[in-house]
Design a protein around this ligand. Structure first.
Ligand code: SF4
Ligand code: MG
Length: 336
């Protein structure tokens, strides 16, 4: 079966006063209907830029490579075509629903308007559809709440409103960019459950973008780990957690809070900061922070800083690392 979304060699470059910033570099992935791909990385890893490029919302950027939706090439499509596809075929939800909702209109009006624009439906039918959608995303008393304004909803309910709006036109692809980051843990779990339920009922393809491996573990079957605009590793979610191949993935896993940590244990962040995307170094983007390279013999370390690793298949994963954790430790007796 052909994937619903196929991204091949996607490169997104922003020209700036100081030179080109390559936010996404030669990225490839695919998502099938009924499947969730998690894209994980720190801020600045290129995950949000990737999703904006897929939606055709990458203002001011140069995009090369291919983005195909159901076999149709999206790069180079005129904005008029793209805006027709947004909503009808693909929709996106963000961390902050308030930034996408209009403060002066009721949520019912906004969902109805969205539906009218994309489906040309009559006002009354669009209103009915809006109430149906609010019910479907689990908002109690949907008919009454359709008449309320965004600020009258809690953060979690507002995210439900966004999901209702995104799905009102029955898209095939939903891109969710940190949809639960601003929510407390309980509400976060409810929203993720909602997305999973809607996906199953509607056979949606979902791209879940997050910095949180915990979120990915709950919803995704396949995970793409990004670092510095590139793919570091791609793997099925269960073996990503038990058998990571990339030292950066290992670092992300190590920074997850653990049950035996106790409440006031410090978070173990990966030391160092994300790479500059302006004038990127020639070798591996993770090299300055990589414990495996640091523990390697000088010749191997030099290889890391001089030569960019490419994605290679390894134990059911794709790993972009010269000294993958799937191979023996680079130095006899060395760590990892
Ligand atoms: Fe670390 Fe080298 Fe692998 Fe990059 S290629 S992640 S620097 S070991
Ligand atoms: Mg982001």
């Amino acid at each position: 079966e052909q994937p619903l979304l196929s991204v091949t060699d996607l490169t997104v470059t922003f020209p700036t006063r100081h030179g080109d910033v390559r936010a996404v570099d030669s990225l490839s992935f695919a998502v099938r209907r009924g499947q969730t791909l998690g894209i994980v990385g720190e801020s600045g890893s290129g995950k949000s830029v990737t999703s904006l490029a897929v939606m055709g919302l990458h203002t001011g950027a140069r995009v090369t490579g291919s983005i195909a939706l159901d076999g149709r090439e999206l790069t180079g499509l005129p904005e008029r075509e793209l805006s027709r596809l947004r909503g009808r075929r693909m929709a996106m939800i963000f961390q902050d629903p308030l930034s996408s909702l209009h403060p002066y209109y009721t949520v019912g009006e906004q969902i109805a308007e969205h539906h009218r624009v994309h489906f040309g439906s009559r006002r009354a039918a669009a209103r009915r559809r809006a109430v149906e959608m609010l019910a479907e995303v689990g908002i109690p008393e949907p008919a009454r709440r359709a008449g309320e304004h965004p600020h009258q909803f809690s953060g979690g309910m507002r995210q439900r409103v966004m999901i209702a709006m995104a799905l009102a036109c029955e898209p095939d692809l939903l891109i969710a960019d940190e949809p639960t980051t601003a929510l407390d843990v309980t509400v976060q779990a409810q929203i993720l459950e909602l997305i999973a339920r809607l996906q199953e009922q509607r056979g949606l393809a979902v791209v879940m973008i997050t910095h949180d491996l915990g979120v990915v573990a709950r919803v995704a079957r396949e995970v793409l780990v990004m670092y510095g605009g590139r793919a570091a590793e791609q793997a099925p979610v269960d073996t990503l957690f038990t058998d990571p191949g990339h030292p950066y993935t290992r670092g992300l896993l190590d920074s997850l809070p653990r049950l035996d940590d106790g409440d006031d244990a410090p978070l173990r962040a990966i030391p160092g900061s994300p790479p500059s995307l302006l004038d990127p170094a020639p070798g591996c983007a993770f090299a300055p922070r990589c414990p495996r390279a640091a523990a390697a013999a000088p010749a191997e370390r030099e290889h890391c800083t001089a030569t960019r690793p490419g994605l290679r298949p390894s134990r059911g994963h794709l790993v972009s690392c010269h000294l993958s954790l799937h191979t023996a430790s680079p130095v006899p007796g060395g760590t990892r």
